[in-house]
Write a protein that binds this ligand. Structure first.
Ligand SMILES: Nc1nc2c(ncn2[C@@H]2O[C@H](COP(=O)(O)OP(=O)(O)OP(=O)(O)O)[C@@H](O)[C@H]2O)c(=O)[nH]1
Length: 516
């Protein structure tokens, strides 16, 4: 169909060579009739002198979904009216027509495109055809220009307006019209039965985030410990009277949960004195466990006392890297500056650039003063400068961050000792508080950390962080029983408000799996 139209167009729009015109004029009415009769029953494939590399034939195959269907469609318009046919049968290979068209326009101006981009998109090509004749012209257009190569490449070879023959101009114009007319239909192809167009899923409205209370987060964080413990205890006491064997097994379970030998024995002793020889349920054990753990923790659940007469009260924060020092400093600063105190944060972790940056961000967030130095600088020197500046600026509290590299214990010890020594030169009582952060997910290792930092820096109180994660909080009970160091706060998240005063009973109940 498309090829026919092109040929039709060419036979109209071009000045015929003199001999051809004459030959055409010389045809009699009978001649024309016999030509028509001869043409009628034949398909194009049989008769047309299509060259083996005929670009039209090639593209037709590609674009219309296969040769069989296409051939049928191509047949109809190829049958041109005899009167319009130049030459013997009026059939000229398209390649010749194109060559002729090209040579007649002369130069190939590299001017910017004046023709619309009619390169067919894949969707257009594959789409069902429209009966409107313009569709055929449009299909012909890229073939005319393409000459067997990719339409995209040939679009770059547009000619100047003057060089375009009236015929081609007409084709381009029609093509524009065709694009306007057909595009909306083609963009929504009709799919065969059994297929459906995949629609983009409608955005699912996110459920409003339910913020858990800090205690819920604590419970959730400790749920692994408590679930494991209560499950094992329930299994142990199913239909069993309390005897020596069950007490021993219970003690083992409590020690495995990091509670420490001392606390484990406390619990089994109390249970034994109350229920020996009697039936015991898991709930009985949990209740006694919560009560005994509370007794161990109560003495260490203390508020962080500030002596504001110092101006500044100096808090040195120590702990293994990653335990949450910097984050905890930020949270503390938020609480203190929120209550109207003037706070300065000092980036004494000169070992890690990101730690300095991180503390600066916390200072900005909390409206605190900030002092830092370059990476690798002497941390004790910074502590000294910080103290002086905090004094000069009349800060109420100075909080100093430190590095926590346990990998090089000797170096760390020397650095921390030096910081403490330097600070005490400015104020014999400084640092007034030495806080150690403990990561609740570390278990037994936290006990060793307290021992090391207590010796090196004279830790005076603890903050346990990450109790909202998969915490193993039992170790805090063992540490409290052994070191009797105050536990001031617990971290229950990464947010600025996720720092809660340590409450012995809440913590004990969360571990024992007893409801609040
Ligand atoms: N879930 C949770 N994450 C926390 C908590 N506290 C701190 N973190 C995260 O733990 C990671 C380490 O915290 P930092 O404050 O950088 O620890 P650091 O001790 O200063 O580490 P260094 O600077 O390497 O010495 C960060 O991703 C914190 O957001 C907490 O209470 N809960």
């Amino acid at each position: 169909m498309a090829l026919g139209f092109i040929k039709k167009v060419f036979s109209f729009g071009k000045d015929k060579p003199a001999e051809e015109s004459k030959a055409s004029e010389a045809l009699t009415a009978d001649d024309k009739a016999s030509i028509e009769a001869e043409l009628e029953p034949h398909s194009r494939e049989e008769d047309l002198p299509v060259s083996p590399v005929d670009p039209v034939a090639t593209i037709e195959m590609e674009t219309a979904g296969g040769p069989a269907d296409d051939a049928a469609e191509v047949d109809e318009p190829v049958l041109l009216a005899p009167a319009e046919l130049p030459g013997e049968l009026g059939l000229v290979p398209l390649s010749l027509l194109e060559a002729e068209a090209e040579s007649s326009d002369g130069d190939q101006s590299p001017l910017p495109s004046v023709l619309p981009d009619i390169s067919p998109s894949r969707g257009e090509i594959d789409s069902p055809r429209n009966d409107h004749p313009l569709v055929d012209v449009a299909d012909a257009e890229p073939r005319l220009q393409v000459g067997g190569s990719s339409p995209k490449q040939d679009v770059g070879q547009y000619r100047s307006p003057e060089s375009i023959s009236p015929l081609e101009g007409e084709m381009s114009g029609r093509t524009e019209g065709r694009n306007d007319t057909v595009t909306p239909t083609l963009s929504e192809p009709v799919l065969p039965k059994g297929f459906a167009t995949r629609k983009e899923a409608a955005p699912v409205e996110a459920a409003p985030e339910v913020k858990l209370s800090w205690f819920q987060r604590l419970r959730e964080g400790l749920s692994r410990t408590s679930a494991q413990l209560t499950g094992q205890i329930a299994a142990l006491f199913t239909k069993r009277k309390l005897d020596e064997a069950t007490l021993e097994e219970l003690e083992d379970l409590l020690i495995q949960a990091d509670l420490g030998v001392e606390t484990a024995m406390r619990i089994t002793d109390t249970l034994s004195s109350e229920r020996y020889g009697k039936d015991v349920t898991g709930d009985d054990v949990s209740r006694i466990m919560a009560s005994e753990i509370t007794k161990v923790l109560k003495p260490v659940a203390k508020p962080l006392e500030l002596d504001l007469s110092h101006k500044p009260h100096v808090i040195l924060v120590v702990g293994v890297n990653g335990t949450g020092k910097t984050t905890t400093i930020g949270k503390l600063a938020a609480k203190l500056s929120g209550s109207g105190l003037k706070v300065m944060l000092a980036a004494g972790d000169t070992f890690r650039a990101a730690a300095i940056e991180q503390l600066k961000i916390w200072a900005d967030r909390t409206g605190s003063e900030f002092i830092g130095t370059k990476l690798g600088a002497d941390a004790a020197g910074l502590a000294y400068d910080a103290f002086e500046q905090a004094k000069a600026k009349k800060c109420d509290v100075l909080i100093i961050d430190t590095a926590g590299r346990l990998q090089n214990k000797a170096e760390l010890m020397a650095e921390l000792e030096k910081i403490v020594r330097v600070l005490s030169k400015l104020d014999p009582d400084a640092p007034h508080t030495v806080l150690q952060t403990l990561d609740a997910t570390t278990g037994q290792n936290a006990m060793n950390q307290v021992e090391i930092f207590r010796n090196v820096a004279g830790v005076s109180g603890l903050i346990m962080t990450k109790l909202d994660g998969t915490a193993r909080g039992g170790i805090l009970v063992a540490i409290a029983a052994k070191h009797k160091l105050p536990v001031y706060f617990i971290g229950v998240g990464e947010g600025i408000d996720d720092l809660e005063p340590f409450e012995a009973e809440d913590f004990a109940q969360a571990i024992a799996g007893v409801s609040h």
